[in-house]
Write a protein that binds this ligand. Structure first.
Ligand code: MGD
Ligand code: MGD
Ligand code: MO
Length: 785
């Protein structure tokens, strides 16, 4: 099939590279869509069965069960799934969820990608398969190289691979012509070593996945409470009176959070969910840890479901606060926590003026939520001292993502709901160590304090110029400003907006390097040369050579969860291949080969003894003093968090209220706001299967979820084939061959799956403050085809 046959008004199907034509979406859709009713509750016995079915299917009974029992245990290993914390107290034997089990089984996979496999399939041929198929081929087993103009990957030794990287990096005319991407699974030791290596090499080009994820949360929290993290701990859920869950699908993406919500509920808390979709996990929950759950009795979770329109969160929260202000003005002292506000907060007058000037009709139409529902929410807020606010991507991935978070935080501050038991912001992170990577210095905009410490400890001049984040690196690649692109894990290509643009950029480098466990499409879109460096997974033993060369040095790593707890993680399974190395060792060996005696730390020793790296962390990172000792405590330790103690290290020394305007109306009649979501069978770009069980969408991912009345107006029925066209800044992008599915979503809103929808998302629609791409709001039109 040639490109010309397929590109007829369709974006991102295939691009030419020096290694052949590379498909960005599978050439043909083989979906056999089945629809079932949308589920009203999450987990229960089917989830447990699914965990084991999946684990045994991919990994075999022994290799599949063993790691499940080690998961999230003190002295076990940290789940490579999400960043939800573990209990500080005793942990249940089965402390994992269906999707954590899938992540582990995916890693414990018994299939292997050997040199024969790469000999048998050209890069171009591999690219005709789905992302699901690519990862299904098994674990990478040895370093592979795609040489200049070659069509196939071939084996390369570790030392030759490092020599190639060193040669390319050291021949760059400027260190800023290289970029070092991090995906949030990287452990603290890997992340600390990686940022140090990049900076010793001479650049702050350290884009990371959090640029596309919670960057908006970090910006908002820093501005308002002086720390870019949430403040609640797990046991705060037991004490809360009211919990908001905004723009989040915990039943799929953070299933263990449901147990915390259930506990809150049993202790009398009310739960308010804010989402355009009635997600199963928000509505009801059957705890698989409990016999009752096994028998099928669900706890109803949500007391009030506020079905906002896509990007209707600011008008909604403004409405709730406007109502609160009206009550406060009628009965002073009855709503606002004046003790907190007078002592700890700044800027209330401006917020009040903003709320007074907001117009009720606009708030209601723009949010899609009735005034009665806003009044109900306001009433519960007024009646609660202890309020927790949880949120995730539904609010952060907008052009006004930072303001979305700010507006919600205003509500917490009005009630003084921070820095006391049972209250505060709970920024629910994504990747299992995305928070830790930032703590360790992976940031393209480092603070001077961090660079000063690196300078003092490692005796070099760190670059001071800020580097590229994920979106800016994509633009730099496209403009030919980057020659070497290194990825510590992840799938930068498919994670970015505008897949075609991203691919064209990546194909312009001289060298791409990716450290990973499995093959993905990012390995197929290569510039001049490409290296795949295979690494161990979290669940696997890591034995490094001792000083006499014998393999005796058992290593462990550490991670930080969503609530600022750092703990150790040590795998128990035998390595998938004897050739595999931990990504920590790979980073250190890359640094040793590239920097030679330009670095004052012994990189090769660091590669074999991670205690040395942890000594470096202790010397540089705040709160990590005595890191080696503290991280060995069972259950780990909490990082300091001043906002938790009501000390706000902001510009005013207080918690700052902020003003956040209602976003401009962008959807014209006939258009839709399109959001992208994860299905129940994926971890980001890793697709485990084609079912989205809770949403009742089976066997297919190329779908568009749409309101029934919108479908009737267009004469559409479920399963009809449609083309979706996005509109931004005068440019259009079209995807054909999708199927429409009737779904209980607000009118003029549609949802599609990430990453299939990414070719539609413009690269230049980002948040003004965080630069996070607008993955949750793209203007589209939909035509029957
Ligand atoms: N099993 C599994 N676990 C995961 C992941 C995974 O892919 N699979 N990914 C991990 C990562 S990296 C992350 S960052 C997290 C992601 O966790 P989530 O943020 O839960 O992930 P999404 O599927 O993107 O879901 C976004 C939610 O926001 C809602 N939403 C969409 N637009 C809007 C809006 O405008 N306003 C509001 N209020 N809501 C909106 C959607 O309906 C959906 O429920 O999960 C982590 N955990
Ligand atoms: N449209 C749309 N786009 C989005 C989003 C969205 O909601 N909508 N979400 C964004 C978000 S929140 C994120 S975090 C990004 C995700 O972006 P990334 O973090 O870049 O992508 P992942 O899909 O998590 O990476 C999967 C790959 O990681 C590798 N891997 C797995 N385990 C390991 C390991 O232990 N070590 C190493 N070195 N590699 C490993 C495997 O090779 C696998 O193929 O996508 C972003 N893109
Ligand atoms: Mo994420």
């Amino acid at each position: 099939m040639s490109i010309a046959d397929q590109t007829n008004n369709v974006v991102a199907t295939a691009i030419p590279t020096s290694h052949g034509e590379v498909w960005l979406l599978p050439a043909k859709s083989d979906d056999d869509l089945k629809l079932k009713p949308v589920k009203q509750k999450a987990t229960g016995v089917s989830a447990v069965l699914n965990s084991f079915r999946y684990a045994w299917g991919e990994a075999g009974v022994v290799r599949g069960t063993l790691p499940l029992l080690q998961l999230n245990q003190k002295l076990g290993f940290d789940c490579p799934g999400c960043a939800w914390p573990d209990s500080d107290a005793k942990r249940p034997t089965f402390d994992f969820c269906e999707n954590g089990a899938k992540a582990v089984a995916h890693e414990a996979d018994s299939r292997r990608l050997t040199a024969e496999f790469f000999r048998a399939h050209s890069v171009s041929e591999l690219s005709t398969h789905t992302d699901f198929w690519l990862e299904q081929q098994g674990r990478l087993t040895q370093p592979m190289v795609l040489r200049e103009n070659a069509t196939h990957y071939e084996p390369i030794s570790w030392s030759d691979a490092y020599a190639l990287i060193a040669k390319e990096l050291n021949s760059l005319e400027s260190a800023d012509r290289a970029a070092f991407y991090t995906s949030g699974k990287a452990t603290n030791e890997a992340a600390f070593s990686y940022q140090l290596f990049a900076r010793q090499f001479g650049t702050n080009n350290l884009p990371d996945c959090s640029n596309m994820c919670h960057e908006s949360s970090g910006r908002a929290l820093s501005k308002m409470i002086g720390i870019g993290k949430g403040t609640v701990k797990l046991d705060d859920f037991e004490k809360a009176e009211l919990v908001f869950v905004v723009g989040q699908n915990p039943g799929t993406n953070h299933p263990r959070q449901l147990a915390a919500l259930q506990q809150a509920k049993r202790n009398g808390a009310k739960i308010i969910a804010v989402n355009p979709l009635p997600e199963a996990g928000l509505m009801g929950f059957m705890n698989p840890q409990e016999a009752l759950g096994m028998l099928g009795f669900a706890t109803e979770l949500t007391d009030l479901f506020l079905q906002v329109k896509i990007n209707g969160d600011i008008p909604l929260f403004k409405g709730i606060m406007k109502q609160m202000l009206e009550w406060e003005e009628a009965d002073p002292g009855s709503v606002i926590d004046w003790d907190f506000v007078n002592e700890h907060a700044a800027g209330l007058d401006d917020l009040c003026a903003d709320l007074r000037s907001a117009d009720w009709d606009t708030l209601v139409t723009r949010s899609g939520v009735t005034r009665e529902s806003m009044r109900q929410a306001a009433d519960w807020v007024r009646a609660s001292e202890r309020i927790i606010l949880c949120w995730c991507l539904g609010v952060t991935q907008h052009t006004n993502g930072t303001q979305n978070v700010c507006e919600m935080l205003n509500l917490l501050l009005l009630r003084g709901a921070i820095g006391k038991p049972g209250a505060g912001p709970c920024c629910v992170r994504g990747h299992s160590n995305v928070q830790g990577d930032r703590t360790m210095g992976v940031w393209e905009q480092p603070k001077d304090a961090l660079l000063d410490r690196l300078q003092a400890v490692f005796e070099f001049d760190p670059p001071r110029k800020h580097g590229f984040d994920s979106q800016r690196a994509a633009i730099a690649l496209h403009q030919g400003e980057l020659d070497v692109f290194v990825s510590l894990g992840g799938n930068y290509l498919m994670a970015l907006p505008d897949t075609r643009y991203a691919a064209e950029g990546l194909a312009r480098t001289r060298l791409n390097v990716r450290i990973g466990t499995k093959l993905n499409r990012a390995d197929l879109v290569a510039g001049g040369q490409s290296l795949i460096l295979p690494c161990l997974g979290r669940s696997e033993q890591d034995v490094r050579p001792a000083s006499d060369g014998t393999p005796a040095n058992k290593q462990f790593t550490s991670t930080e969860n969503s609530m600022g707890v750092i703990q150790s993680s040590q795998g128990k399974l035998p390595a998938a291949s004897a050739e595999l190395r931990n990504e920590v060792a790979i980073v250190c060996e890359m640094a040793a080969a590239t920097l030679g005696d330009r670095a004052n730390n012994p990189w090769q020793d660091w590669a074999n003894d991670y205690d040395l790296i942890r000594d470096g962390i202790a010397a540089v990172i705040d709160g990590c003093e005595n890191y080696n000792e503290k991280v060995r405590q069972p259950g780990g330790f909490y990082l300091p968090n001043a906002a938790r103690e009501r000390q706000f290290n902001t510009s005013t020394g207080k918690a700052n209220f902020t003003i956040n305007p209602i976003p401009p109306q962008t959807i014209q009649p006939g258009q839709f706001a399109m959001t992208t979501v994860r299905s129940h069978d994926q971890f980001n770009t890793t697709i485990y299967g084609n079912h989205d069980r809770y949403r009742g969408i089976l066997n297919a991912r190329r779908v568009v979820m749409m309101n029934g009345e919108d479908m009737n107006e267009r004469g559409l029925r479920s399963r009809d084939p449609v083309a979706v066209t996005s509109h931004h800044d005068g440019a259009t992008r079209t995807l054909q061959d999708f199927q429409v599915v009737e779904y209980p979503i607000p009118r003029q809103c549609v949802a599609m799956y990430f990453p299939e929808a990414n070719p539609l998302i413009p690269m230049n629609a980002t948040d003004a403050s965080s630069n996070c791409p607008s993955f949750k709001h793209t203007v589209v039109t939909i035509e029957k085809c």
